[in-house]
Write a protein that binds this ligand. Sequence first.
Ligand SMILES: Cc1cc2nc3c(=O)[nH]c(=O)nc-3n(C[C@H](O)[C@H](O)[C@H](O)COP(=O)(O)O)c2cc1C
Length: 200
Amino acid sequence: MKTLLQINSSMKGESSQSSKLANDLSDRILSHLSDIKHIKRDLSKDEIPHLDEETFQSFQDDLTDIASGVNDKLTISNDLIEELESADILIITAPMYNFMLPSTLKSWIDFVVRAGRTFQFTEAGPESLLSNKDTYIIMTQGGMSLGTSDDFMTPYLKQILGLIGLHNIQFVYVQGLAMGDDIANKNIEAAYDEIVTFQV
Ligand SMILES: Cc1cc2nc3c(=O)[nH]c(=O)nc-3n(C[C@H](O)[C@H](O)[C@H](O)COP(=O)(O)O)c2cc1C
């Protein structure tokens, strides 16, 4: 059985454009593969805490005497990593907030990118520890930064996901959502049309 992990991160939850597109893509994948488990995480509802020093320390040490609050955060990290390890297909939504990812998604990254679990340091540099997954990123934005020096998100996501072993990434961009209905609707429609062409 395959596992599809869907991570939604828009503050608008299910009504957001990126979530709707991610739902459309998941429905398509689920209808093509008969034996598949779907795990869906809405980071706007089920927020992951910020990474703090004690938690980061507990990632590195085998501590038996850690404060219970920290232990809870360590458990969150372990659970998120197990969920990610179990996934064959990954969908992440990434609306642009202030030129970057939602902080909720950054927290998810901070809890799953862990030395010794999802990557390791070696003399030759960092080595990823996750198996490659078909990864889809639905990136939405009010303006149009794709292909310009204002697009910090694409290189960042490639870099950080590549560090843990996710190299097979298909980006779906929906730009111009704040540039009037005509542009927004045209670009939303184009994204749905693009999703239909994916070999899932
Ligand atoms: C707090 C905030 C900051 C935003 N910053 C940007 C930005 O820097 N650049 C941009 O093009 N759009 C920006 N937007 C617009 C969002 O990218 C857009 O509303 C979102 O991608 C729509 O997707 P969604 O419906 O899935 O939330 C911002 C929106 C919010 C709420």
